[in-house]
Design a protein around this ligand. Structure first.
Ligand code: UDX
Length: 455
């Protein structure tokens, strides 16, 4: 009999590749071998970043890659085009890859774990008669929303093509956070054409999820009891970030600048504002400069992740003379070792776009939030943070659609001036840890799946 060999297929964006790699590392810790499938484009970025970081990947994880259907120079942030290309090209290439592995000398693929958003990979696994697990790296409430699409159409809340009839607040089930229809995942992705493509992908993914023997999610029952009650087919196995405690999934698209950890070592406990907006968020120049000035105005130390592509401006995006003025209190890096940063005792709060990974990483370290959602699941995550868990504050836009300096400064003061936020965040951290420890629900689910995968 061959050893358990998992083929892990993430949705090909950074925010999905990281949690899939975390899951892979957990599996390796339980004796599995993993073949990890990136796109050719992402694979190059990962390999370059690994070399620059000198990070180590477990020798039980083998990185492989497939074409994504776009030329190397084509833009991958155009979500509609990207989704169409990957769905068109990747299933056939994945099938070839699995057949090649299974005809070779090594261990055959015994199970495919695919991102729920890459449902086509589950279709391929079913066709080849290989066991299947769907992994959703976001909050259960968003997957529950996606599973509710037929009901939403039936109730007239959305049209057959996903377009929203009118802006309204809805609640999927009692005790779940309310959601604005115009902020549904697919309804805030690019232009109307792109929104329809993303919606169709979700409809396809809903069908594909039914092919999976398990549907698991990087969340915990304690964090989202109402969502897990509403959609009991989704099983929590997270927060993976708390369970693996690895803090370095070694699959970044940019090299990490670890000099900021030494800089943090020199800062007093609970004194630094950490500012980071994940891997895709882009700000216009006016908003970027407003944030820069707000951080200066706050008169606190800050560590700010400024990705090379975070603004739409190609030249120096900072206000004139800014970098010299803030040199004594602020540090800007292109990509930080975020999990290590959030675990550092000098961090006071996290100014975040509320991506689910960032949310979970902040929670797992007991850090309170200032919320600045941009798109996707981030509005819902903001509601969880501020309205449900009460571990953060929302930033409000002005009439010009800008979050002004004064708003940022005053919310920083409000958040750090009230110890209850930190106290609740510390409690939530314990809750997350309990869930992934022996006896916790996420731990039990994970163990059951592992047993099943080994048989
Ligand atoms: C995207 C979506 O925006 C998010 O809402 C969804 O839940 C997942 O896909 P992204 O925008 O990149 O992800 O945000 P997030 O989910 O927070 O993931 C970012 C990841 O990059 C985190 O794991 C974070 O630790 C890592 N990161 C970010 C770094 O390692 N260094 C950095 O400097 C910034």
């Amino acid at each position: 009999m061959s050893n358990p060999h998992i083929l892990a297929v993430p949705f090909p964006t950074q925010g999905h590749v990281i949690p899939m790699m975390e899951l892979s590392q957990c599996l390796v810790n339980h004796g599995f071998t993993v073949t990890f499938v990136n796109t050719d484009y992402n694979h190059k970025l990962v390999v370059n970043a690994l070399a620059a970081d000198e990070s180590q990947l477990s020798d039980r994880i083998r990185l492989v890659s497939l074409p994504d259907g776009l030329e190397p120079w084509e833009a991958r942030h155009e979500v509609g085009k990207y989704c169409e290309a990957t769905q068109r090209v990747m299933p056939g290439k994945l099938e070839e890859l699995i057949e090649k592995i299974n005809q070779g000398e090594g261990d055959k693929v015994t199970c495919v774990i695919a991102d729920e958003s890459a449902g086509w990979a589950l279709e391929v696994a079913e066709k080849l008669n290989i066991r299947r697990v769907a992994f959703f790296p976001g909050p259960a409430a968003i997957l529950a929303l996606q599973f509710s699409i037929p009901k939403l159409i039936h109730q007239g809340i959305i049209n057959d093509d996903g377009t929203v009839s009118r802006s309204q607040m809805i609640q999927l089930a009692p005790d779940m956070p309310t959601m604005k229809t115009t902020e549904f995942l697919w309804a805030c992705m690019g232009d109307l054409t792109e929104q329809k493509i993303v919606f169709q992908l979700m409809v396809r993914n809903n069908k594909a999820a039914k092919l999976a023997e398990w549907i698991v999610c990087n969340s915990a029952y304690e964090l989202e009891p109402a969502a897990f009650t509403m959609a009991p087919e989704i099983l929590p196995i997270g927060p993976l970030q708390a369970s693996s405690r690895l803090g370095n999934p070694a699959c970044y698209f940019w090299p990490q600048d670890s000099t900021c950890l030494q800089w943090l070592d020199q800062q007093p406990p609970c004194s630094v504002i950490y500012v980071a907006f994940g891997s895709t968020t882009v700000y216009d120049q006016t908003q970027f400069q407003e944030l820069a000035l707000a951080l200066e105005l706050s008169q606190r130390s800050f560590l700010w992740v400024v990705r090379p592509d975070i603004t739409d401006k190609t030249s120096d995006p900072y206000p004139e003379g800014y970098q010299d003025r803030v040199a004594s209190c602020g540090m800007m890096v292109g990509w930080a070792p975020q999990q290590k940063v959030l675990a550092h005792p000098s961090i006071a709060c996290f100014l975040s776009h509320c991506g689910w990974n960032s949310t979970i990483e902040g929670l797992s370290n007991g850090v309170p939030f200032l919320c600045w959602p941009y798109f996707c699941d981030q509005f819902l995550n903001e509601s969880y943070i501020c309205d449900v868990w009460k571990v953060g504050l929302k930033l409000k836009k002005n009439e010009n659609g800008i979050i002004p300096q004064g708003e940022i400064k005053s919310k920083v003061e409000q958040l750090l001036g009230d110890e209850n936020f930190k106290a609740r965040a510390s409690k939530l951290k314990e809750m997350g840890m309990t869930s992934v420890k022996e006896g916790g629900q996420s731990h039990r689910n994970f163990k059951n799946i592992i047993e099943w995968m080994k048989t």
